[in-house]
Design a protein around this ligand. Structure first.
Ligand code: ORO
Length: 299
């Protein structure tokens, strides 16, 4: 049994895409109803152009991005994206962001429509403010924005946290106290790469978020900290490309995982992870993936 429960939202398996690494185009590659959930690219209320190019580069078998949340706005989401996913049974999770807490909360209420099962609140994008600043860097700003978002919707709220903080457990608790129903751990870590011939940063926006295998031990550590610090489900995210990675996150305390960068290399990787997890559980004689969650022996 691969099913998991994220604060009342039942998922048929614990594998879902990370925001921004998944789009409707993948419906041409595989049956989207195989996934545990669908998670959209972050949207904002109004139109956003995004950051200057180049927006991605490769580094150490991992990736930097400074996309800058280009968005067609909430109207396009309601008119095009929600109807597209209505053809599937899998729960739709919409990722949202806002420049101010009030604008964020307005969008939160605007996307609370039939067809949306949960809202992932992106309080952790490293690419929209100087030096990667985001609400989730500090416990106080996390708490304040979560309170406003909580008041704006009755849908489950998943708070996406950032590795760009030294206060992971405190931020996690602040999100929980502010009303988060689950934590997505984590977004990308602010990073840089320079072309030594031109001496120019490889990204148009100079800095960007690191994702892929290099991020995994950091995000895994955070998932463990957040599971210990709070009583709400943790969804692990960061550098997952093998079934062993998935299992490691579950043992650390994650109830589900998101897969991002690996999908750019193998578009059907999430299906292999679902099948691989099922086989691994059977080989271990475990009847439910739930028996694995938080079983790390740390004492
Ligand atoms: N990139 C990330 O790594 N995380 C985000 O939340 C958003 C972006 C982006 O659009 O640049």
């Amino acid at each position: 049994d691969l099913s998991v429960d994220i604060s009342g939202l039942k998922l048929k398996n614990p594998i879902m895409p990370a925001s921004g690494t998944f789009s409707e185009d993948l419906a041409e590659v595989f049956d989207l109803d195989r996934l545990g959930a669908h998670v959209t690219k972050t949207i904002t209320r109004g139109w956003r152009d995004g950051n200057p190019t180049p927006r991605v580069c490769e580094v150490n078998g991992s990736m930097l991005n400074s996309i800058g949340i280009p968005s067609k706005g909430v109207g396009a989401f309601i008119e095009k994206v929600v109807p597209f996913y209505a053809h599937y049974e899998t729960p739709l999770v919409v990722s949202i962001s806002g420049n101010t807490a009030d604008e964020f909360a307005t969008l939160c209420s605007e996307v609370s429509v039939p067809g949306v099962a949960a809202i992932e609140v992106n309080i952790s994008c490293p690419n929209i403010e100087e030096d990667g600043k985001a609400f989730a860097i500090r416990p106080s700003s996390t708490h304040d924005v979560m309170r406003k978002l909580r008041a704006a919707t009755e849908l489950p709220l998943w708070a996406k946290l950032t590795p760009n903080t030294g206060e992971t457990s405190e931020v996690a608790r602040a999100a929980e106290e502010g009303g988060a129903d689950a934590l997505v751990v984590a977004n990308t870590i602010l990073s840089m790469a320079i072309d030594i011939n031109t001496r120019r940063p490889k990204l148009g926006n100079l800095m960007g978020g690191l994702s892929g295998p290099s991020l995994k031990p950091i995000a895994l550590r955070m998932a463990y900290q957040c599971a210990r610090a709070t009583g709400i489900p943790v969804i692990g995210c960061g550098g997952i490309s093998t079934v062993e990675d998935v299992i490691e996150y579950l043992i650390a305390g994650a109830s589900a995982v998101q897969v991002g960068t690996a999908t750019f290399i193998h578009p059907t990787i999430m299906l292999s992870l679902i099948d691989g997890l099922e086989d691994w559980l059977a080989n271990q004689g475990l009847s439910s993936v739930k028996d694995l969650i938080g079983t790390v022996i740390d004492g």
